[in-house]
Design a protein around this ligand. Structure first.
Ligand SMILES: [Zn+2]
Ligand SMILES: [Zn+2]
Length: 333
């Protein structure tokens, strides 16, 4: 393992442990510095013990670099062991059945890794496909994709699919549900994409009846395939939005829009009582990481455990389908 590969793996492990603070930033910075330093200089400095004289290389990152150069993986082994994402036996049945991930981000919007890096990690996790769902333009803080940038992304996806086959990157988007329930791209744009996730990211506190109307309109849209993180809650930080679950999930069931089981540790949407109601109403589901970094692609076990605890029927989880069957489902067959 090269020093760069070792540092990349450290960042991956920190991301999967939901460690988003100073430590991760320090390693990301160290990775940048290591990438822009010649391998010769890294080796020379490691031998002389002067790696930390490089601006951005601290003692931990210097240890990782020096260990990689001498074929030692002590730091990384310890980190690998301490950051494994746990899963219950019941959840494992779901995880083993998942063929892909239907909601994830890349550096095209607010993700931290390229589409290619996300795909290579998905392959390493055993997935057959992933849907690349960066944000839509209204979410400016997340560098949402205009129709023009989306076209550029589609060209990159086509090129990546050439080199990564038989793995498939399906095209997609996480489109914003606007205040009136309309979507943040035209039908023309959405019709070009394989899978459309629709999510509420603004005005989360609107009164229940209005939010219900807004969400029902969105999930009934013919191009919408998945309702993303339905309540918008952030555990201990933001209360769930108010809406009538029977109306919204009923509309999802009727219009074949899957209810996402969002695996992000701070979201874990929908909360258990809503998930139970969605099952009763006959909904379809997808178990998605909503990853913004390669390590976060490993979060699916969190949703699998919740699906198992709620008794989600495995045959209603659309990312247990292979890519061809998923695309047929999306088409309504
Ligand atoms: Zn979102
Ligand atoms: Zn997302």
């Amino acid at each position: 393992m090269t020093p760069i590969e070792a540092l990349e793996r450290v960042v991956h492990c920190l991301d999967r442990s939901h460690e988003s603070g100073f430590k991760t930033k320090a390693f990301v910075r160290a990775l940048d510095v290591a990438r822009s330093t010649s391998p010769d200089e890294l080796a020379r400095r490691a031998a002389a013990g002067t790696l930390t004289e490089l601006d951005g290389i601290g003692s931990s990152s210097a240890t990782v670099i020096a260990e990689a150069l001498r074929g030692d993986t002590a730091y990384l082994d310890q980190l690998e062991a301490s950051t494994v994402v746990p899963i219950t036996a019941a959840g494992h049945r779901y995880r083993a059945a998942l063929r892909g991930d239907l909601h994830l981000h890349s550096t095209w919007s607010d993700g931290g890794a390229s589409a290619e890096a996300m795909a290579r990690t998905a392959i390493a996790l055993g997935h057959d496909y992933m849907v690349l769902t960066d944000h839509s333009p209204r979410l400016t803080i997340a560098h949402g994709l205009s129709a023009e940038r989306l076209q550029q992304q589609l060209a990159e996806v086509a090129a990546l699919n050439e080199s990564l086959a038989p793995f498939r990157i399906l095209s997609g988007i996480e489109v914003d549900i606007l205040e009136d329930g309309a979507l943040d791209h035209t039908d023309d744009v959405l019709s070009q994409l394989d899978v459309v996730v629709a999510s509420v990211h603004s005005k989360l506190r609107m009164p229940g009846p209005e939010m219900t109307e807004r969400m029902v309109r969105a999930v009934e849209h013919p191009h919408v395939d998945i309702l993303g993180h339905c309540t918008g809650r952030l555990i201990d930080k933001r209360e769930p939005s108010a809406f009538d679950p029977d109306a919204v999930f009923g509309a999802c069931a009727r219009s074949r829009t899957a209810v996402e089981i969002n695996c992000r540790p701070e979201r874990l949407d929908p909360p258990a009582p809503l998930l139970a109601r969605a099952i009763e109403l006959g909904c379809w589901f997808s178990i998605d990481s909503d990853a913004h970094a390669t390590g976060q692609l490993e979060w699916q076990p969190l949703g699998c455990d919740r699906a198992a605890a709620a008794g989600v029927p495995l045959d209603r989880v659309i990312n247990t389908f292979d890519a061809a069957a998923l695309l047929r489902w999306v088409e309504g067959e």
